[in-house]
Design a protein around this ligand. Structure first.
Ligand code: XMP
Length: 326
């Protein structure tokens, strides 16, 4: 029966057979699938693999460090980080429309990746061993979904950052193609990856860019990052991670409301908590979080995060609401 050690051994053999002495490129997103597929390929072919991580500035607090420090320490993967924060912010300046944001983020991601890829490909070719392979963290449900998408409506365009240009000249290495998410997590744990990555709840490719209702700016990202970190910390502390599918934290940057703090009137922004329970994200219900946990999160956010004077709870199921606000 199913055993993560066997799956790892089997995949390592397959990857070696496919790749031989060829070089391999991988894009890490910070998510579970790319982290586990990259670690598997690294176990199989070592430094024939180079991983690229694009920091688009839309990550949550600590995520870049998780990849650069903890992930690299636990795997030994050779990692190149591309700091594209300014490029993304400039490209997003003045844009409020959600679909427009997704398109820009998807496009800029591909550009940033292509830039470093060109350098790596040239370097490898000069050394006489060209990069011929690309790792993809495709799971079994992705395979099924893209095979027969009959009747599926495209409600939002889902750009998977970590999703790559279509005209790449690489052969794909997809070691997770037969696996489900919980199996991928088990393999990640067996490989010794950090729990913060392996146990991570779903997070959209466009990141915090689609959790700021309104224009994305550096200032607003900082506010949202702080609020999100508090919510995550308190939910984890209360032992609720297993009960929640994910909990988007959203900044209503275009809304202000009046508040009072100390002796003064404030005029700040609301933060929305959107905890949901779900099996597959296709439908979801809002999670009935304990009042004391909600209260703790609300107090901390309004006390510790500047410009936020109100915390509101989203009590909408999906449908009619989507999980994300954009
Ligand atoms: P919605 O908001 O459509 O979200 O109910 C369903 C699931 O998909 C995630 N999501 C995205 N993931 N790129 C992604 O990679 C996207 O553009 C995107 N939009 C939503 C969302 O977090 C939830 O898990």
């Amino acid at each position: 029966d199913w055993n993560s050690g066997n799956v790892i051994a089997e995949q390592v053999d397959r990857i070696r057979a496919q790749v031989g002495t060829g070089r391999v490129l991988s894009a890490l997103s910070g998510g579970v699938d790319s982290a586990v597929s990259t670690a598997l390929v690294h176990k199989a072919v070592g430094d024939q693999l180079v991983a690229v991580f694009v920091d688009h500035g839309l990550l949550r607090k600590g995520e870049r460090e998780q990849v650069e420090n903890d992930y690299v320490a636990s795997t030994g993967v050779r990692l190149i980080t591309v700091d594209a924060r300014d490029t993304f912010l400039n490209a997003l300046a003045g844009v409020s429309d959600p679909e427009q944001k997704r398109k820009i983020i998807g496009r800029e991601f591909i550009r940033a990746f292509e830039k470093v890829q060109a350098d790596l490909v040239a370097e490898a070719a000069a050394e006489g061993e060209p990069i011929r392979f690309l790792v993809q963290g495709t799971l079994y449900p992705d395979v099924v979904e893209s095979g027969g998408g009959a009747g599926t409506a495209n409600i939002k365009s889902h750009h998977n950052v970590g999703g790559l240009p279509e005209d790449l000249q690489f052969e794909l290495v997809e070691p997770l193609r037969t696996l489900f998410k919980d199996e991928v997590r088990a393999i990640g744990r067996e490989l010794g990856l950090p729990e913060a990555i392996v146990g991570r709840q779903p997070f959209p490719g466009p990141g915090l860019g689609i959790r700021i209702v309104g224009e994305v700016t550096a200032d607003r990202l900082e506010i949202l990052r702080d609020a999100d970190a508090i919510a995550r910390e308190e939910l984890t502390k209360a032992g609720l991670d297993g009960e929640i599918w994910q909990c988007p934290v959203v900044l209503l940057a275009d809304v202000r409301s009046v508040g009072v703090q100390g002796d003064g009137r404030t005029y700040g922004h609301p933060i929305v908590l959107r905890p949901v329970s779900s099996e597959d994200a296709m439908t979801a219900d809002w999670t009935r979080l304990p009042y004391d946990v909600l209260s703790k999160i609300s107090n901390r956010i309004t006390n510790e995060v500047r410009e936020v004077n109100r915390v509101v709870l989203d009590v909408t199921s999906k449908p009619p609401g989507t999980i994300e606000w954009e």
